[in-house]
Ligand binder design. Structure first.
Ligand code: NAP
Length: 532
């Protein structure tokens, strides 16, 4: 297929969809680039847009339209959004390649991941049926009187779901949140990260043009958040994905704190992968481990919040594992994602490239660089002064017990560090130094080891992938977020929870206990869909 010349879009200023119309901000806040050529693709600005009116419109029009529908009715809308996106998928891939530097595989994870999550939540919503509230528990007796009981129900919140997204998943980040909020019955105001807003903008434009959602149910803010957080009420919710620093500013915003606006945070994470002791080279566990580490370091050029950053290997095997990983990474093709054989494209911006190089230098103060490093790779036909490439970079800590940076610095790029461990206890203690992570994966031929590790590291994680030979080539991957599973992690990862099937709907509901007579509660139960 002919890839269009995206630089032809250079003059386009991305509008926001607010208050039922497309509106422009003043001037330019951020310029969007092609991270291979450095060409400017578009600009964004939300300066001067009327966010107060936009929020009122969403609360009145959007809420009203969705509230009149059942879960199954809203699920159909979410399915219709997915259908619109499927029709236009080829164009989205071109945008993802141009603005995010994605390879086709990277683009598929973002675009198809978003569409699949919409379709999945359309199914979840359909199972909740024609109800308008959710029964959370079975009734319980509270006193001697047998006809007096309590039940917990959940009702959709009455405000707007504010979705603030990170630059690395302009599609998946948008739809994995919107799918859940819309099925739950809350209108969405999505704010994509400015640097890669082109894809979210194109997708929302298509969905709005297709008129598949009630007016006000889907709103888009292209540009900075401005005074958005100050305008929220206790009926609204914020779901944020991004860096821990911005997360702290969002969570600590004085108006968010004063009005107790619920906030869900998905932040950064120094995720671990662990190889069990005694996993010989060539064993099923070791092969699966090596495959997964290389895949996690290279897919999306390592720009996944779930990517493996710390590679825990038994000390007596560290040399052999390091050699095998470095050999594979050195032959992985880095380059223009438009070339079919490219496996690692650029980072999304030169400022991200600079941050990744800074991070690699910090890691290298306590580790040896085995391949890659903090300099732009020389690539034929690509100007290193305009592009944003980072070569796959493997490090190995010099002193596993004493190293600190490896547990603290998230290099948001194709970089990871080997941490040799002496025994199981030491491995668990070192993993916990990550301060709370989204995901860890453990690879072993021995199920008892897997069971012990899952129990030991569970409190510090939101998800664990435990790979034994039975699923060595059947699992969905360390870094792929499946909508059926919880996404989020404690501590540094933000202490948030997203997705996870019907459980994910909770954030967009008010949960309350209703105390009353058996007859009243039975009537209430008959009106409510059940989560059980
Ligand atoms: P970021 O700089 O923190 O930005 C995230 C979002 O917050 C962007 O939309 C940004 O808008 C917005 N923002 C910035 N300042 C704000 C403020 N004062 N009030 C409200 N919104 C504000 O993060 P990023 O660089 O886009 O993303 C990379 C980070 O995200 C990495 O650390 C990665 O680990 C993390 N991440 C986590 C997950 C997860 O699910 N846990 C997923 C993906 C990424 P502008 O772009 O307009 O500045």
């Amino acid at each position: 297929m002919q890839v269009p010349n995206m630089s032809a879009r250079a003059a386009e200023s991305l509008e926001s969809y607010l208050g039922g119309r497309w509106v422009s901000g003043e001037g330019v806040e951020t310029r969007l680039y092609d991270p291979v050529s450095g060409d400017e693709l578009a600009t964004v600005s939300a300066k001067g847009v009327d966010l107060a009116s936009a929020l009122i419109f969403a609360r009145m029009q959007g809420q009203g339209g969705l509230r009149e529908m059942s879960y199954a009715g809203r699920a159909k809308l979410v399915g219709a959004v997915a259908d619109v996106l499927v029709v236009n998928r080829a164009r989205y891939e071109e945008i993802a390649i141009a603005n995010s530097g994605n390879t086709k595989t990277d683009a598929a994870i973002d675009i198809d991941g978003g569409i699949a999550t919409l379709k999945y939540y359309a199914r979840v919503g359909a199972t909740l049926g024609d109800q308008r509230m959710v029964l959370d528990e079975k009734p319980v007796r509270l006193a001697k009187a047998e006809n007096y009981q309590a039940v917990h129900i959940m009702v959709p919140r009455q405000g707007v779901a504010i979705h603030i997204n990170a630059f690395n998943f302009p599609s998946w980040g948008l739809w994995e949140k919107a799918a859940v909020a819309l099925v739950a019955g809350m209108p969405v105001l999505a704010k994509p990260a400015s640097a890669t807003a082109l894809l979210a903008h194109a997708m929302v434009k298509d969905v709005i043009a297709a008129s598949v959602l009630p007016e006000g149910a889907l709103n888009l803010l292209c540009g900075s958040a401005g005074n958005l957080l100050a305008l929220l009420t206790c009926d609204d919710v914020i779901a944020f994905t991004g860096s821990a620093d911005t997360a702290a500013r969002v969570r600590g915003h004085p108006d968010v704190v004063r009005k107790s606006v619920p906030v869900n945070i998905e932040a950064d994470s120094i995720n671990a992968a662990v190889l069990a002791p005694g996993s010989a080279m060539g064993s099923a566990a070791c092969d699966a481990f090596l495959r997964e580490v290389v895949r996690e370091m290279t897919v999306k050029a390592g720009q996944k919040c779930t990517a493996i950053r710390r590679i825990f290997v038994p000390a007596d095997q560290a040399g052999a594992i390091a050699d095998a990983l470095a050999a594979k990474l050195k032959t992985t093709k880095v380059g223009d994602p438009r070339q079919e054989d490219t496996r690692v494209g650029p980072l999304v911006t030169r400022s991200q490239q600079g941050a990744a190089f800074d991070g690699i230098r910090r890691l290298a103060s306590e580790a040896s660089i085995l391949c890659g490093g903090p300099e732009p790779p020389r690539l034929p036909g690509i100007d290193s002064a305009k592009s944003a490439f980072v070569a796959p970079t493997l490090l190995c800590v010099n002193d596993a017990a004493g190293a600190k940076a490896v547990h603290e610095v998230e290099v948001f790029g194709p970089a990871a560090t080997i941490v040799p461990y002496r025994n199981e206890q030491e491995a668990c203690a070192l993993i916990a130094r990550g301060g709370g992570s989204l995901v860890a994966s453990v690879f072993a031929d021995d199920k008892d080891f897997l069971l012990r590790m899952v129990s030991a590291i569970a409190p510090a994680h939101g998800r664990i992938l435990a790979v034994d030979p039975a699923i060595a080539s059947a699992h969905t991957g360390h870094g792929i977020v499946m909508p059926q599973c919880n996404h989020g992690g404690p501590g540094r990862a933000g202490a948030g929870e997203e997705l996870g099937g019907a459980y994910g709907l909770r954030f967009y509901h008010q949960r309350l206990a209703v105390q009353g007579s058996n007859d009243l509660l039975a009537a209430l139960q008959a009106k409510a869909a059940s989560l059980h």
